[in-house]
Design a protein around this ligand. Sequence first.
Ligand SMILES: Cc1cc2nc3c(=O)[nH]c(=O)nc-3n(C[C@H](O)[C@H](O)[C@H](O)COP(=O)(O)OP(=O)(O)OC[C@H]3O[C@@H](n4cnc5c(N)ncnc54)[C@H](O)[C@@H]3O)c2cc1C
Ligand code: FES
Length: 419
Amino acid sequence: MTSAMLLLWIALGIVVQLALWLGIVFWRHWQRYIALQDQANGKSTSPLTESLQSDNASEGWKGFRTFKVIQKTLEDDNGAICSFYLRPEDRQSLPVFKPGQFLTFKLAIPTPGGTAEELIRCYSLSDSPAHDAYRVSIKRVPTPNGTSLPPGRSSNFFHDYVHVGSSLAVRAPSGHFYLNHEASPVVLIGGGIGITPMLSMLNWIVNHQPEREVWLFYGVRNSAEVIMKAHLLALAAQHPNFKLRICFSAPLPGDMTARDFHHRGRIDVALLRTELPLKPFDFYICGPTPMMESLVDALEDWGVPDSRIHFEAFGPASIKRKSSIEPKVSESCTETVMVTFAKSNKQFIWDGTSNSLLEFAESNGVKVESGCRAGGCGSCETRIQSGEVKFSHSPDFDSEPGNCLLCVCIPVTDVVLEA
Ligand SMILES: Cc1cc2nc3c(=O)[nH]c(=O)nc-3n(C[C@H](O)[C@H](O)[C@H](O)COP(=O)(O)OP(=O)(O)OC[C@H]3O[C@@H](n4cnc5c(N)ncnc54)[C@H](O)[C@@H]3O)c2cc1C
Ligand code: FES
C-alpha cells in the first residue's frame, strides 16, 4: 500500500467517525425534541415522571402530628424572615411531598387575657423533600402602614415565641400548586416571601433533574430583603442549566448591579421576553397579588397556554384569569338568592358584594371557623344542607362530598348551610 493510499484510508476513517458522532448527537437532540413536543401536547411523561408521580407524595398522616423545632435561622438583613426546621416528635419517616406544597399549622396564640386563641395557618415548604425534617420560612407581618390594626398573629407568634425545642401541631403536606416532573423547561417567579415554594421546586430540580432547564426570577425591593442568596449563587455556579435573575425594585444606595442584583425594576413580561429563549416553558408564580395578576394576564397575552401557567396566592385574594372571568352571581342571576345559616338560625339575602360566603357570614355576624381564607386549610369546611354553591377557584383542600369551603364559595341558588 502506498503512503497516499494509507493517508486516504486514515482520512476516510476520520470522516466515518465524525459522521457517526454527528449522527449520535443529532439523534439525541431529536429524541429530546420529540419528548418535549410530546409533553407539550400532553402525550407522554418520562420514566422519571412516572416514578415520581407514583410516589405517595400526598399520602401523609391524618389530623395533626407533633413536630419539634430543631433549628431556627434568621434569613434576611431586615430580620423579617425566619426559617424553622421541623422534625416529627415520633421520629418516624416523613412522607415525600411535592415541591410547592404547604404545611398547615394549628397554633395556640397567647392572648392578653392569659388564655390561648386557636389559629390555623398554612406555610409553604421551602426546601426539597427529605425523610427526616421539613423547613418553612415565615415572614413577620407588621401592622399595615398608617393603621392601628394589630400585627399578624401567627407570623409574629412564630418569630417571637417559637424556638428550638418548641412543639407544633402540623397537618400533612398538601396543595395542588406543585412542580410537574416532566422534562419541560421551567420558569420560577417568586416575589418577596413568594420565593418559598420556588426554593423547594428549584432545590428539587437541581438534585433530581439536573438536565432540566430552570430559570428563577426573584423579585424583592433591595438587598435587605433577599434570602438564601449564597445558596442561590452557589447553585447557579454549579448548575449550568440553572439561570438566576435577582430583581430589585428599590435598590439601597449601596446596592450594585451585577454584584447584588441583575435587574432594576419589577418582574414583568417585558423582562421575561428579553431574557427567555423561545421554548415551551412551564411558569410557576407566587408573590404579591398585584404582581401575579399582572403577570398571569401578560403571559396569557404573550401566548403562553393556560395549562403552562401555575400560580399560588398566599392570601384570600384569588387571581382572576382573563380567560376564565365569569359574570358575578349577582350579575348572572336575576332571582334573589337566600342564604340560611342553620345552626345560627340566621337568614340573609345574598347581595353579591361579598367575595365569599365566609366574608358574607362574618359581615352578618355569623360566627364561622376560618384559617387561611384561601381554600387551603379546610377550617371553614361546612355541610350544605340544601341548595348549590360554586367554587371561585379550585381549592387546595379537598372537602368532603356535600360540603363546601366558605372562603372560596359563593351561592348559586338558595342555600342552607350547617353553620
Ligand atoms: C398556601 C399558603 C402558603 C403560604 N406560605 C407562606 C410562606 O411560605 N411564608 C409566609 O410567611 N407566609 C405564607 N403564607 C401566608 C400565611 O399563611 C399567613 O397568612 C401570614 O403569615 C399572615 O398570617 P398572620 O396570622 O401573621 O396575620 P393575620 O393575623 O391573619 O393578619 C393579616 C393582616 O391583617 C391585618 N389585620 C389584623 N386585624 C385586622 C382587622 N381587624 N381588619 C383588617 N385587617 C386586620 C394584620 O395587621 C395583617 O396585616 C401562606 C399562605 C397560604 C394560604
Ligand atoms: S379558611 Fe382555610 S379553607 Fe377556608
